[in-house]
Design a protein around this ligand. Structure first.
Ligand SMILES: Cc1cc2nc3c(=O)[nH]c(=O)nc-3n(C[C@H](O)[C@H](O)[C@H](O)COP(=O)(O)O)c2cc1C
Length: 210
């Protein structure tokens, strides 16, 4: 690393002095906890509080990670993408994923790990129809994750897309977690980590060392 960068990072010492986190502070169903923290992040004024960094594993075992937007939280975490993308191909071969949502100003992170399935066609149709026209055209035009000739090629495809029907290759996934971790930053790096682990019908709750 360059000396300048090392020095700059050494000077950054944000102290995470927020309130502590005990298991009773969280709902017994961690999916409710995810919804609560998303709502609190949204109310705090964070511009895009629903960004999750989603990690998948390629068929050859190579991990990859990218940001996607959480669009719903029910029994799982729902996001939309291209089923033929790199992540789509990874999930077809290995339908498990991990995600991290960071709300840096709140010194909070949620991590999820679990199994991923496609949402129903009806759910994907409904969400696709609700997107602005430009976003619908982009979804139709973009062979996500493929090498393309240039920007002009993409723009021409978007121009000639209809913006109407959802392409079969585009839709939603639901990551149903079997592990959910709530992380709250504390003073002196002595952070709180509360882990929910699915055990059959119930969730086991444990505290992890920071
Ligand atoms: C803030 C942010 C939000 C994003 N949201 C989405 C999304 O909801 N769906 C999506 O397919 N890609 C989204 N992307 C783009 C992805 O990060 C990624 O470039 C794309 O999905 C291709 O990933 P892949 O090649 O690993 O499949 C987003 C990127 C950023 C930076």
């Amino acid at each position: 690393m360059s000396d300048d960068l090392t020095d700059a990072f050494a000077r950054i010492r944000v102290d995470y002095g927020r309130d502590g986190l005990e298991p009773p502070d969280l709902p017994s169903d961690p999916m409710d906890g995810i919804r609560d923290w998303l709502a609190q992040a949204s109310a705090s004024g964070i511009a895009e509080p629903n960004i999750v960094h989603l990690a998948t594993v390629d068929p050859d075992g190579r991990p990859s990670v990218r940001a996607v937007l959480v669009k719903d939280v029910d029994e799982g975490v729902v996001f939309f993408t291209n089923y033929a993308s790199r992540k789509g191909e990874a999930l077809a071969a290995e339908p498990r994923a991990a995600g991290s949502i960071l709300w840096q100003p709140l010194h909070r992170q949620i991590r999820v790990e679990g199994t991923v399935t496609k949402v129903s066609d009806a759910e994907s149709d409904e969400y696709f129809a609700a997107r602005p026209e430009a976003a619908r055209r982009s979804a139709q035009a973009s062979p996500q994750s493929r090498v393309i000739p240039d920007r002009a090629w993409l723009e021409e495809r978007a121009r000639s897309a209809t913006g109407e029907d959802r392409p079969a290759v585009w839709g939603g996934y639901r990551l149903v977690p079997d592990v959910v971790e709530f992380w709250q930053g504390r003073e002196g790096r002595l952070h709180d980590r509360i882990l929910f682990r699915r055990e059959g019908e119930r969730w086991a709750v444990e505290r992890l060392a920071p």
